[in-house]
Design a protein around this ligand. Structure first.
Ligand code: CA
Length: 525
């Protein structure tokens, strides 16, 4: 590959059997542009969009990533712009008869000696930040909690310099919902498990209204919060720390605020005593996802993340990939990579559940792909999925989590979530991530208050314009300045720096925090 920013026309073909490639040049190319191999464009083609490498007849399969991503709706001569309006989308692969645990990739050599400075918790997990999180049972208390959080930040936090932040876990659940519906388990366990995220040090405190459906004991039943015992093990903590706003004891608003602040200070004292210690890289729990994707996502950033995923798995860490609608079309690749038939069956179960969920809402998988995706050259969900899956690298998939479940094992885990950036991030927080990696081609300022988010740009042009929002520029791969392996290693090393608190991500620097968005597939009343 030559420099994409230079004048010389350049396309990127992923696989030797592909009959389309994407135009790499900034700003795209005009009709008449000629590539070094003699291919001449017959249409103007925007950057990241596909060009036909051969004459395609009506009905011909269009191949990218060595996969059929669509069929030509009309004859498309060599050099034509191939976009979503001239393509028919293939049907989704059936969930029956899939290859089950058929691929046995050679075991990757283990990666020893990499460490970071983290906060070891009583339950054995490790935090990368030291944050007081205030759990809420219901949206009704959000305003009061936020008022208290502002006071805690200005009056208490300066006294506890080891504590990074105070975060209210605000959400819209808790009342006005069918809490006994079978699917209500998803938002409830999501909230519970977020409260137990390793970055919060097991210091769970709850603000409750009093009359809500999601009572504190239902959210965090006795025994759900592990605390350290004297002998270094853990015991269940029976006493849940709850401030209830409707308590008779509260007379006036300030009584509530004082109560929240008093409770918060008890937790701040203990959090402030936490010390970073050297821990192996195997304690990283990394969630990867993409958002605002373009055709470069699957060429630069996502393959680099995939290489880094393999490094993390080799180091004994946990990596989660998600976004059900963005991997559904590659389900055969995933079930074949499952480490056991049980893992493959669990993946199929999650896909089937999601198919039914979409069907109930009278949509199908084509509901994914945004106008921005299409503008960036991604014609449909099949093409998007092939570029998304590569974030998972090549390691065997050793576990599957249903939405809101918490990971209890290491290795590469499929964590079933919608592709929505906020819902995916929220569910990965519940699954126990202590670091989040986010790739983007169109550009998004996404960030979370609860864990550091490392953002990876797919194109150098975006990395230049958003120089103080993007942490890694994977566009250098398309520019010919770095290999996928180079950027993968750079990301791995950056993760250890960020996890250790030695580096802040740009989203942390600017305090860019998106909302927690719970996935609630159950009815609202
Ligand atoms: Ca996403």
């Amino acid at each position: 590959m030559s420099n994409a920013t230079g004048a010389s026309p350049l396309y990127i073909r992923i696989h030797a059997s592909d009959n389309v490639a994407i135009v790499a040049n900034d700003g795209g190319l005009k009709a008449g542009a000629e590539f070094p191999d003699g291919l001449r464009l017959v249409d103007n083609v925007p950057q990241g969009h596909k060009v036909a490498l051969v004459d395609l007849a009506e009905g011909d399969a269009i191949r990218r990533y060595d996969v059929v991503i669509g069929y030509a709706q009309k004859a498309l001569p060599r050099g034509s712009w191939v976009h979503e309006r001239v393509m028919l989308m293939p049907v989704a692969p059936e969930l029956d008869g899939l290859p089950i645990a058929t691929v046995r990739p050679p075991a990757l050599p283990s990666l020893e000696g990499y460490t970071f400075e983290g906060y070891r918790n009583a339950d054995g997990s490790v935090g990368t930040r030291n944050i007081l999180a205030i759990t809420q049972t219901v949206q009704c208390v959000a305003g009061v909690t936020e008022f208290a959080v502002q006071r805690i930040k200005s009056e208490l936090l300066p006294k506890y310099p080891n504590v990074d932040d105070v975060v209210a876990l605000e959400h819209t659940y808790g009342c006005g919902v069918a809490i006994d519906a079978p699917d209500a388990i998803v938002p409830i366990r999501t909230l519970r498990n977020i409260s137990l995220n390793p970055n919060f040090g097991g210091e769970v405190m709850v603000v409750s209204l009093g009359c809500e459906k999601l009572q504190p004991e239902r959210l965090l039943p006795p025994g759900s919060i592990p605390i350290a015992d004297q002998r270094g093990g853990t015991v269940p903590d029976a006493a849940l720390d709850v401030v209830c706003l409707q308590d008779d004891a509260h007379v006036g608003f300030m009584s509530m605020i004082d109560s929240v602040m008093r409770q918060a200070e008890e937790h701040l004292v203990r959090l402030n005593a936490r010390k970073r210690e050297t821990v192996p890289a195997s304690e990283l729990v990394v969630g990867v996802q993409c958002g605002g994707s373009d055709a470069f996502s699957g060429v630069t950033a996502n393959p680099a993340v995939g290489f880094c995923t393999d490094l993390l798995v080799r180091a004994g860490a946990t990596v989660m990939f998600s976004e059900t609608t963005e991997v559904r079309d590659g389900i055969d690749q995933l079930t074949s990579r499952a480490s056991t038939p049980e893992v493959a069956e669990a993946m199929i179960r999650e896909m089937a559940w999601y198919d039914a969920y979409l069907k109930k809402g009278l949509v199908d998988r084509s509901a994914n792909t945004t106008p921005g995706n299409k503008k960036g050259g991604l014609s449909n969900i099949v093409e998007k999925a092939m570029g998304s899956i590569v974030k998972s690298g090549s390691a065997p998939i050793s576990g599957v989590l249903a939405p809101g479940e918490k990971a209890t094992q290491k290795g590469l885990i499929y964590t079933a979530t919608p592709a929505s950036d906020f819902i995916c991030g929220t569910l990965q927080l519940a699954a126990g991530i202590n670091l989040h990696v986010f790739t983007t081609g169109r550009g998004t300022p996404y960030g979370l208050a609860e864990v550091p988010v490392i953002k990876v740009a797919t194109r150098s042009e975006l990395a230049r314009r958003w120089h103080d929002l993007m942490d890694v520029n994977a566009g250098r791969i398309a520019d010919g300045e770095a290999s996928i392996e180079d950027v993968g290693w750079e990301l791995f090393r950056l993760m250890l720096e960020v996890a250790s608190g030695r580096r802040k991500t740009w989203a942390e620097h600017w305090k860019l925090h998106n909302a927690l968005v719970l996935f609630n597939p159950a009815p609202v009343t």
